[in-house]
Design a protein around this ligand. Structure first.
Ligand SMILES: Nc1nc2c(ncn2[C@@H]2O[C@H](COP(=O)(O)OP(=O)(O)OP(=O)(O)O)[C@@H](O)[C@H]2O)c(=O)[nH]1
Ligand SMILES: [Mg+2]
Length: 497
């Protein structure tokens, strides 16, 4: 099996929502009909799904950018735009999803577990859906919202059944290369292995995975060497195998002190996922001791000397040589037995779960604060106001008026006044900054024409002079800072779209 990458940063972009469309029904020899612009389709999500057939994050290494399809725009004749297709990215069991700040967003365990990494933008409403009694023929539609775009870190805490522990150059990579089809780099200098390797081993009926990881040295639990990378990786190994170099010429090392030193590191290490992983901690996981390099005569002698000590700890001991391939069969069967014993203790696989990225609760509220960077300026924050701004086509004054109505209805205007905003104050919502002109007092509505009324829709299809004048006056005088028509109260609009 090929090299496996255990940590990768990816960029995910969900599809944007399609724009709604403003359109009016037309038929030969008939007066203009009603609005019939359809809604835009929702953008596709980017989802991560645990796929038992995937064992590595390698694909993400080669293709770190993922983008789902955009929603299609609406069309006339009440045709809604198609939804963008979701993009499903298969990930290995045991993938942990983190924000770039290191916060754990999801711990993906169990086939089918799904995580919505980036949510598609909503489609904008077409003018048919925006029509109301008060606004029978809106000459505008809402824009689709952009889909989420973000960076995520994927981390594979080893899903290997067996983890090999050992000092640098103990022969871990050599061992995995003779037990499995994996072909990791082997060399006589320390820290040859920088990335973990995963091998698939078959012993009798049992198939299991073995992780070869970077060498471990004293201080690893404090981050020395590649220690933390290594330790992070074995958190999920069911069986830990000490690979001991019996042929080392280093003066201050011998098999027993090597094993003790590594056990001390394991005891020091606090698994990052302790709470979520559950199960037995590192200390209580089964151990196997491999006394390696017994093809070297001195090494064989030393191995025989230390065997008794290891036996006393109750750990199965194997004298092997990856060079002469001695003792490997017994070792692989012993590993298989421990793995089987562990698997029997596992609970029934959990049904597939859907993990939802925690998002701020949409309480429909908003806040108004003074802008820290500018004098006489205010910032409005809130899910709805910000969404409404994104949905607005600022080239269309009717759409801008609609936005102003929505904001006023939510109480944004009152809140600004209470907070001390005055005519000419700068108000920022999302990406937009406006000059604030408070609307004239309510009650004007009765004398004003209704906004959003297509004058051509009059029953007799003839626009009277006084109506034309009224409409003109409306446009000129009743637009406030948002291009808003003043005092136009509406109570039947769809605020949640
Ligand atoms: N004589 C002998 N040499 C061995 C044996 N196993 C491994 N070696 C040698 O030991 C050296 C280190 O082997 P590796 O398999 O790279 O060791 P490692 O534990 O993966 O080392 P790091 O990746 O640096 O932690 C190499 O030169 C191997 O050829 C063995 O059974 N007998
Ligand atoms: Mg190695």
């Amino acid at each position: 099996m090929s090299r496996f990458v255990d940590r990768v940063t990816i960029s995910v972009a969900a599809g944007d929502g399609g724009n709604g469309v403003a359109s009016v029904h037309r038929e030969k020899f008939k007066p203009l009909g009603g609005p019939n612009g359809g809604n835009g389709g929702r953008g596709g999500d980017v989802r991560l799904v645990v796929d038992p057939g995937v064992h590595t994050l390698l694909d993400f290494h080669y293709r770190p950018n993922a983008r789902a399809e955009n929603g299609k725009r609406g069309e006339g004749n009440h045709r809604n735009g198609a939804q963008g297709e979701d993009l499903v990215l298969p990930v290995p069991d045991g993938t942990v999803v983190l924000s770039t700040d290191g916060e754990v967003l999801a711990d993906m365990v169990g086939a089918g577990t799904t995580f919505v990494a980036a949510a598609g933008g909503r489609g904008g409403l077409g003018n048919a859906a925006l029509a109301s009694k008060a606004r029978r023929a809106p000459g505008f539609a809402l824009l689709g919202e952009p889909g989420d775009q973000l960076e995520l870190v994927l981390e594979l805490k080893s899903v290997a059944d067996v983890g090999l522990l050992g000092f640098p150059s103990a022969g871990k990579s050599s061992l995995i290369s003779v037990l499995s089809a994996a072909k990791p780099k082997i060399a006589d200098y320390p820290f040859t292995t920088l990335m973990p390797n995963l091998g698939v081993v078959t012993a009798g009926e049992t198939v299991f995975t073995v992780a070869d990881v970077p060498g471990l040295i004293p201080g690893a639990s404090q981050g020395r060497g590649l220690g933390l990378d290594f330790l992070r990786h074995i958190e999920r190994c069911a069986v830990l195998v000490h690979v001991v170099d019996c042929a080392t010429l280093e003066p201050d090392r011998d098999p027993i002190s090597d094993v003790d030193a590594l056990e001390a590191e394991l005891a020091e290490y606090t698994p990052a996922l302790a709470a979520e992983v559950g199960g037995p901690d590192l200390a209580s996981r089964p151990r196997i001791v491999v006394l390696n390099k017994v093809d070297v005569p001195e090494a064989r002698e030393l191995a025989e000397l230390v065997r008794a000590d290891m036996d006393e700890r109750g750990w199965p001991v194997f004298e092997v040589s990856t060079a002469s391939r001695e003792g490997l069969r017994e070792l692989s069967f012993a590993m298989a037995r421990e793995v089987e014993a562990y698997r029997e203790t596992l609970p029934e696989p959990e049904p597939a779960r859907v993990v939802v990225r925690p998002t701020a609760v949409d309480d429909g509220g908003f806040t108004v604060e003074e802008d820290p960077e500018l004098d006489d300026a205010f910032v409005v924050r809130g899910t709805k106001p910000e969404r409404w701004v994104r949905q607005t086509d600022f080239n269309n004054s009717e759409a801008v008026g609609f936005l102003a109505d929505r904001l006023a209805k939510l109480g944004v205007e009152d809140a600004l006044a209470r907070r001390g905003a005055e005519p000419g104050s700068q108000v920022t919502i999302g990406d937009m900054t406006f000059d604030w002109e408070p609307s004239t007092p309510a009650g004007m509505a009765s004398v004003m024409g209704r906004r959003g009324e297509d004058m051509r829709l009059e029953e007799d299809d003839r626009v009277r002079a006084h109506e034309r004048k009224q409409a003109k006056r409306d446009r000129r005088t009743s637009l406030d800072e948002f291009g808003r028509h003043v005092g136009d109260a509406e109570d039947d609009e769809e605020d949640d779209r």
